[in-house]
Design a protein around this ligand. Structure first.
Ligand code: SF4
Length: 285
């Protein structure tokens, strides 16, 4: 039962971190507006969804939309989390001001990305200001540092970091995906282009073309999605074999193999269940 929706409020970010699953970067401009967020929240009103998270990219780049989104979700009785890298916290007062507004709007949790992959000393200083301000406001932040040992090699991480760890041949990863429950997902991501993601770039459906958000959630049947079904039952090694994708060289983990196989399929236009380009490092502009 799907109880959580992560809103990728924007693909745009202040940074282009090496480990980012989404290839977020300053030039990725696709962003939700308030009407879109409203439509998505209205659509899930009658479903099992109880939690929403606003993230990106960097959602504070579109602070008025973020604040309104938090308010609307809270007004609908949903648990609301926000994820940021803290770039916007130029001082303690500024951090207190923004977080205070979001708490007043109904934010329940704040998650802060700060680690070696998220830039240097100035970025860390700003993230620390957000952490301190959250604590001053009585909210214990969730700080999730990433180190190389934690990285799942998909998205930009597959291209930039996978060669930094020992690799194994593709056949070593023969076996189904065990990291995401693709058959009975408990949470999914929705992006500004209407794509609903089971795993980043693995599409459950697209709002508009496949119905509204609730219809896609409620009608999910993995057996009707050949890519997700293959990944859930046999895994990326068999997916590559089924579609004739050559998987040569070595791979850092099963996600790395999965990402490379899916990217090859996406670039060949072989599946409607993969996309958009932003998830595969393919940008229009
Ligand atoms: S990248 Fe592939 S193997 Fe990894 S969690 Fe996603 S669907 Fe599963």
């Amino acid at each position: 039962m799907i109880r959580g929706i992560h809103f990728l409020l924007t693909y745009q970010c202040t940074r282009a971190c090496l480990h980012c699953f989404l290839w977020a970067r300053p030039g990725s401009l696709a962003t939700m507006n308030v009407e879109q967020v409203t439509a998505y929240l209205d659509a899930v009103a009658g479903t099992a969804v109880r939690q929403v998270f606003f993230e990106g990219g960097e959602p504070f780049l579109y602070y008025p939309t973020l604040r309104r989104a938090v308010q609307m979700a809270s007004d609908r009785g949903l648990y609301v989390g926000v994820l940021t890298n803290g770039y916007w916290a130029t001082g303690h007062e500024e951090a207190l001001g923004c977080l205070g507004e979001l708490l007043a709007a109904g934010m329940d949790a704040i998650m802060i990305s700060t680690d070696d992959f998220h830039g240097g000393a100035e970025e860390s200083r700003r993230a620390t200001l957000v952490i301190q301000a959250a604590r001053d406001l009585g909210l214990e932040p969730d700080v999730a540092p990433t180190c190389l040992e934690d990285v799942l090699f998909r998205g930009r991480a597959a291209v930039t970091l996978a060669r930094q760890v020992p690799g194994r041949e593709a056949r070593h990863y023969d076996g189904p995906c065990t990291l995401e429950d693709l058959v009975h997902p408990s949470r999914v991501h929705v992006d500004p282009l209407g794509y609903l993601h089971l795993c980043q770039g693995l599409v459950m459906g697209r709002v508009g073309a496949d119905g509204d958000l609730a219809e896609i959630l409620v009608n999910w049947d993995v057996s009707r999605n050949p890519v997700a079904h293959l990944l859930a039952t046999e895994g990326p090694y068999r997916l590559a074999a089924e579609y004739g994708v050559a998987v040569e060289g070595t791979f850092a983990d099963r996600c790395h193999l999965c990402y490379e196989a899916r990217r090859a399929l996406f670039l060949r236009g072989l599946s409607a269940h993969l996309g958009p380009g932003q998830m595969y490092g393919v940008f229009d502009g």
